[in-house]
Design a protein around this ligand. Sequence first.
Ligand SMILES: *Cc1c(COP(=O)(O)O)cnc(C)c1O
Length: 474
Amino acid sequence: MPDNKLLRQIPTVNEIIDSPEIAKMLENYSRELVLEAVRGVLALTRLKIANGNSTTDDNIGWLKKDVLFKEISGYLDTLFRPSLRRVINATGVVLHTNLGRANLSLSAVEAVKMAASGYSNLEINLFDGQRGSRYAHLEKLLARLTGAEAALAVNNNAAAVLLSIGALAKNKEVIVSRGQLVEIGGSFRIPEVMEQSGAIIKEIGTTNRTHPADYQNAINENTGLLLYVHSSNYKIIGFTKETSIKQLVEIGNASGIPVVCDLGSGSLVEMEQFGLPSEITVQEIVNSGVDLITFSGDKLLGGPQSGIILGKSDLIEKIKKNPLTRAVRIDKMAVAALEATLREYLDLKNAVQNIPVLKMLAADEKQLKIRAEILLDLLSSELSLKADVSVEIGISAVGGGAMPGADLSSRLVALKPKTHSPSLVANLLRQGIPSVLCQLKDNRLLFDMRTLLEGEEAQLAEAIINVFSGEITP
Ligand SMILES: *Cc1c(COP(=O)(O)O)cnc(C)c1O
């Protein structure tokens, strides 16, 4: 039974709207929105009473006007609080897909600002005033940096793969090793993408071993292409055999069948310089004579979300004319960011210094140790009674489906709370502004220095201290 006595105590909309507290809210928000908030909060209050979860014996505090005002103001704040907000990434995963993958270089950010805030020559040739192509801003640069004959950038690598397979193997067979039928995550599965592009999958070999002869034996008059997919996010170890890209090109050349390579991450620089396992670079693959190569713009390249297709001119032209290409075209902000990112690669030293992904991979342990000690200092004086804090050696990950199991030795700050449960601290950190993400292991929170932006130590320390001082509540 609803408590009628309580219901009668709820103030009316008019009683609330004429108060000085609401007048203050009306300075910031429209009358319509404030009324919506008032009605919403009052309706919720009525519901609480109807549900009977209100009549605790203490005073009915939440019916007091100042409590209602707080709720109304909270309603409005929530409405205007951006859903997409900054996250301090202390996970140590450099290319964290759920955190937006690559951070852009300053030059790329400037380029995005220019393209977003004003008009640009996106699709006009300024030389003759005729219609131009958005792809033209990238093509020469991509060709120069990689040695490819022609190039095209689209919305993402998933689209690049779809277009490339579709261009060469519609209604034809695509020969692919069983060891390369990967799922990348977010429902990108190679077999399904192939089906979408109208190709017929011809699986060969076994999960762990596929030989050149397996490809040769599978070729017939309906073969469209030989596909090589970088296994990206997993590794097969033990008794394994993969047919190399070079061998695939030889087989393809001998039988007149094109070879397509989905590189996934794709890097223009040698990963060995960062102490990572050696990976074949995009330039080397172009050089090997593959017909089409696709890779992501926002993985190891360190640019915006985009998918890059490199290859022979006739094939790239064919893809440009496919109506599907229009549906997955790259937007102007990504063109701007990708062009600026690629220009950094004109001088490889600049690239490593200016592209955040490469800079994070290149960070040496001495630098990371200094940063960990800065954070430790900021925390230990404030938290001495509330947590044990120490600096440890740990391992960061490249992420973005690249180099699983690669050892990137890093420095972490480990925090073992004494007053709260570790998972509560992690929850509160995640919900803070800015939000903080870290790793939880053995009842401790681990903050990896590698993925912090420059100067972010102080903000991270503040966020952690705020949680322990009770300033953030669930
Ligand atoms: C990441 C990845 C993709 C998908 O790339 P997106 O840019 O995320 O669309 C496709 N293939 C491989 C091998 C990958 O690693």
